[in-house]
Design a protein. Structure first.
Length: 184
């Protein structure tokens, strides 16, 4: 059973020249070169299946990049009309068309304010909170954060990750004291 006909796409000679430059660049990222090759092959009239075989990708992936190129065609035309002599703006537009779409991912579990409050607990004296220890452990900080209502639940391992992430060592003496005698 034959596949449906691929959506035809168009590009000006300037856009095609920029795509050719991207493919020939030795320092261009591989994802960019591959997507530029997909567009050039589509402009040459090849089907999505043919391009997929030659480039080594799935046919749906080729169709996605062909569709994104088509969606950005009006913006490219406007840039070409506005900046006839300047290819930098057109190149930026083309590279933007070939970049991945933004993916939000999962939202963070803990807000920045919660993290700061948890780290602030670790900076306090444990005896002031009723602990008979000289230094906080991640387990005690987690228990104290839950007790204070900063978070509903948190593992001691996550508290340890917060500490590790902010592991910038402070100077044992003030930098001002250290440099007082050294004047240029």
């Amino acid at each position: 059973m034959p596949y449906p006909q691929a959506t035809p796409i168009e590009a000006s000679t300037g856009s095609q020249a920029i795509l050719q430059q991207i493919v020939r660049r030795q320092n261009a990222p591989q994802w960019l070169v591959t997507r530029a090759r997909i567009i050039l092959k589509a402009l040459a009239g090849q089907s999505n299946s043919q391009i997929a075989i030659e480039v080594g990708l799935d046919r749906n992936c080729v169709r996605t990049w062909r569709q994104r190129w088509l969606e950005d065609s009006e913006r490219r035309r406007a840039i070409e009309a506005e900046h006839e002599q300047d290819d930098k703006e057109l190149e930026a537009c083309i590279i933007g068309s070939l970049q991945d779409a933004y993916r939000s991912g999962t939202p963070p579990t803990f807000s920045a304010e919660q993290v700061v409050q948890i780290i602030a607990i670790a900076c306090e004296d444990p005896a002031a909170s009723g602990y008979a220890v000289s230094h906080w452990t991640p387990k005690e900080v987690a228990v104290e954060a839950i007790k204070r209502g900063i978070v509903a639940s948190i593992s001691e391992r996550q508290v340890g990750r917060f500490f590790k992430r902010g592991s910038i060592e402070t100077a044992s003496e003030s930098l001002l004291v250290e440099h007082q005698g050294k004047r240029p």
